[in-house]
Design a binder for this molecule. Structure first.
Ligand code: DGT
Length: 228
């Protein structure tokens, strides 16, 4: 077991925080369905992505603004995403029965996937990128944001682009395949780090959702950290 995993396990046993699982994957990979699947367990607290919050920041649709101009809005959007993910990841569980907290994407995702991609594509200038990294480093050093498991719903960009177009979310109607290719590449880079900080369970999510659910059932014991 790596040092980071050791530290994570020790931190969890000292604070008695719930087992933390982040459901990760490209846009349209089926994260919401996966999270819904686990709602039936009363030991699990589930947190879908707070898209409605991002659509109404004191009357501003930040998600819509982001896609209207990635250069102009990536900095503000990543700031807001960092805050909303941090709140979800570190908030105390809603009841003493909760031993597993499951959320759609993570603070780590924002840092290592979308912020990296935005920098690479020049949606973020270097000073903006450095500010976001400083926030992340401060957060990581001063709060326990550690994850216990990442479930990676792995897809190919072409498959999720078709799904995204079919579901017809207004803000995403102009998102090109190229963007999903970039996000995919960022995911692959991040999750192939020698030490991501926790175990990564990869599921082939190009397949029909019923096969993905079958895998979720097969791996339930692992996904719930042995709490079930
Ligand atoms: P699913 O169930 O896998 O289809 O996922 P959804 O639809 O619940 O969520 P998803 O992945 O499509 O995310 C909602 C939107 O928010 C999507 O347009 C991507 C965007 N988004 C989420 N987090 C970030 C981020 O950190 N940076 C950027 N640029 N976009 C993000």
């Amino acid at each position: 077991m790596s040092n980071i995993k050791n530290i994570t396990t020790v931190a969890r046993s000292l604070t008695k925080r719930p087992f933390r699982v982040s459901i990760e994957g490209n846009i349209g990979s089926g994260k919401s369905t996966c999270i819904k699947h686990f709602e039936k367990y009363n030991i699990v607290e589930t947190h879908p992505e707070p898209i409605q919050e991002w659509r109404n920041v004191s009357g501003h649709n930040l998600l819509g603004l982001l896609y209207s101009d990635l250069n102009k809005w990536s900095f503000a959007f990543q700031h807001y995403v960092h805050l909303s993910r941090l709140k979800i990841q570190t908030s105390p569980p809603s009841s003493p029965n909760v031993t597993v907290k499951m959320f759609e994407r993570s603070v780590q995702n924002s840092r290592h996937c979308f912020v990296e991609n935005a920098k690479k594509q020049n949606f973020l200038h270097d000073p903006q990128y450095q500010v976001l990294l400083t926030w992340f480093d401060y957060t990581e050093k001063n709060l326990d944001i550690s994850l216990d498991l990442i479930v990676y719903l792995r897809t190919t960009p072409e498959v999720v682009w078709e799904r995204m177009m079919n579901r017809g979310r207004a803000e995403e109607s102009e998102v090109p395949l190229e963007y999903l290719q970039q996000v995919h590449e960022s995911y692959e880079n991040w999750l192939s780090f020698p030490d991501v900080g926790c175990e990564v369970l990869t599921i082939d999510a190009n397949r029909d959702i019923k096969f993905v659910i079958e895998d979720l059932e097969r791996y339930t014991y692992k996904i719930l950290g042995g709490n079930h």
